[in-house]
Design a binder for this molecule. Structure first.
Ligand SMILES: Cc1cc2nc3c(=O)[nH]c(=O)nc-3n(C[C@H](O)[C@H](O)[C@H](O)COP(=O)(O)O)c2cc1C
Length: 356
């Protein structure tokens, strides 16, 4: 059924299609009859798939990655599509428009997207008030970033103000230092800047919220070692790996040369390679949320075995439609059954020491 809807949506500009879909989902989630139907239609598998990560309870491992629900409009709708958790954002302290449109491009032949949204955000105060009213159904993280016109040297102050406003309303906070679309942001992977940022947030964290660091797939192994060491010293709760890539591995589509971050199937191998490095470096001491190119139950299974506790996706929702979480979770349950595994926790990290 989604193939028909997809054909119609793909005739529209990618961001317009996103807005229409989001509006439809929001409407359905506010309509009692429609939400009951969605809940039934897209019910995910949960048996043997639940676990506690960073003190939060997840019914299964598959969550919505940041960027789809930037303004905290869709958490209820995404719960109806079966996601176990939603990451809202990126949210900036002050509202900002983001980059000029068009800024989101489908690469259909590659099952990928390039985006250069540039943190379009309604700002932290609007998101805080929406989050204060949200139904408590599933863990919701809030991903924070800095405003475009804040100098990099002042970035910590921006993150701190977003953190103190939003952490009270979030189940976890994701510190995004890895978007390629805000000039210089990725320099926050450097040790001194990262240490200052994470130490400041730790000192401000009177709510004891879990704090995850979202990293880029484009760092060298040396940089990755430094980032993980710094994050562990700063008492971070977990790592989200990864954001989009600025690399362009073997793409077929005419949009391949658009500027921005690439997500979807071509990101699968770089994201898996980063996960393997991070899993080896953290050695089971920090939970990892793996993101990037996940579109099948086999992908989820491989990420968990490599050391991820949870996974997230965005682009596969665009290409495979609203049944994606049901498909992946039931598929994962079947793979576990095939291998005689009754509880997901038995397989997390079993392949950690395989070569990257
Ligand atoms: C249109 C679009 C907007 C995004 N916006 C954000 C964002 O605001 N903050 C963020 O941390 N990641 C953002 N991402 C990255 C995703 O959260 C995710 O890390 C990336 O897309 C890889 O996952 P995927 O291959 O399943 O899409 C965005 C991705 C897309 C496609």
């Amino acid at each position: 059924m989604y193939s028909l809807l997809r054909r119609a949506l793909f005739t529209l500009d990618a961001e317009v299609a996103h807005e229409r879909t989001a509006a439809l989902l929001k409407f359905a989630s506010q309509t009692p009859g429609a939400s009951a139907v969605l809940r039934q239609l897209f019910a995910p598998a949960t048996r043997g798939l639940g676990q506690t990560v960073a003190g939060l309870t997840f019914a299964h491992p598959i969550g919505l990655a940041a960027g789809f629900d930037k303004h905290a409009d869709l958490t209820h709708g995404m719960a109806l599509l079966g996601f176990s958790h939603v990451e809202v954002g990126t949210v900036t302290p002050r509202p900002q428009a983001g980059n000029p449109k068009p800024r989101m491009f489908r690469l259909v032949e590659d099952q990928a997207i390039i985006n250069r949204m540039g943190f379009n955000s309604v700002g932290m105060d609007v998101v805080a008030s929406r989050m204060a009213k949200r139904p408590l159904q599933l863990p919701v993280g809030i991903n924070i970033g800095k405003n475009r016109d804040t100098a990099l040297a002042d970035a910590t102050a921006d993150y701190l103000s977003a953190f103190t406003t939003l952490a009270p309303h979030a189940d976890y906070v994701a510190v995004n230092i890895s978007s390629p679309n805000t000039l210089g942001l990725r320099q926050l992977h450097e040790t001194a800047a990262l240490r200052e940022l994470l130490d400041t947030l730790r000192a401000a964290n009177q709510w004891q919220r879990p704090v995850f660091l979202k990293i880029s797939p484009d760092e060298s192994l040396d940089q990755l070692e430094q980032v993980i060491a710094t994050a562990m010293t700063a008492g971070i709760s977990g790592i989200i790996a990864t954001n989009t890539t600025i690399s362009r591995p073997n793409l077929q589509s005419s949009n391949a040369n658009e500027v921005g971050g690439l997500s979807g199937v071509p990101l699968r191998d770089p994201a898996m390679a980063t996960l393997r490095h991070v899993a080896r470096l953290t050695d089971g001491k920090l939970p990892i949320i793996s993101v990037g190119g996940i579109s099948s139950a086999q992908d989820v299974y491989a990420r968990l075995r490599a050391g991820a506790s949870l996974v997230q996706l965005y682009t596969a929702l665009v290409y495979h439609g609203p049944a994606i979480v049901a498909q992946l979770s039931w598929g994962l349950a079947a793979l576990l059954r095939r291998d005689g595994v009754s509880d997901i926790r038995q397989i997390i990290g079993v392949d950690r020491n395989l070569p990257a």
